[in-house]
Write a protein of this length. Sequence first.
Length: 231
Amino acid sequence: MLRLAAVLAIALIAVGGPSRAWSVNETGRLVDRIVAVITPADAHASRTLITLSDLELEARVALISRGAVLAAEAELPADTLAATLEWSIAEHLILAEAETLAVAVAETTELEAAVAGFRERLGQTAFERFLARWEVEPGELLRLLRRRIVVDRYLASRLRLGGGISERELRDAYEARKGELGSVTFADAREALLAKMEMERREEIVGALVRDLRGRTQVRILHSFGSGAKG
C-alpha cells in the first residue's frame, strides 16, 4: 500500500538520502513513512518499500482474520507492529522466492473466498467502514490476501519436503516428557504432542528458510518501534 503522499519519501531513498524516510502533506503533517526497504540481490529486480500504513493494514487484516475484529478500529500497540514488520519482511522474501520458482499460484476462486471470508468476519457495513477509514482499495486487500495464500502454500510444500513427524519421533518425545505428563497415556497425549511437534518443526523450517533468504537480500529497517529509527 503506497499512498501518493509517500512519493517524497521514496525519492529520498532512491537518491540515497536520509535513512529516516517520511512524507508530509501540504500542511506539514506527517502522513506516512517508510519503515523498511527490501533490496534483492538481482540488480534488475525492483525494491520493495514497506510503509507504516502498509504495516498497520497488514496487522489489522491478520488480526481480523484470526477473529480479533476490534483491530479494525483499535490503536495498534508497538509490539504488534514490530512483530508484523518481521513477518511482513519474511512474507515478501518468501513470495519473491515462490515467484522466482514460478510456483506463486493463487486461483481466482481462492482469492474471492479469502475476501468473502474477511468480509464475513466484519460484516458488510463494518467491512465497508474499514475500507473507507483506512483508505484501502479493494485491489490492495486482494494483493495482501493473495500474498498470504501463496506464502502459506509455498511453506506447506517446504514442510512436506522436510518430512512429517514419524511415530518413532512421537514415541521418543512422549518418553522424554513422561515426567511432565504424569499418568497420561501415549494414546491420550498423542494428538496434542503431534500438534506441538509439527508447530516446532514448522518454526524450524520457516526460520531456516527466512534466514537463508535474508542472507541473499539487503533488508534495511528504518524504524524500530518503541526506540526510534535506525539504519
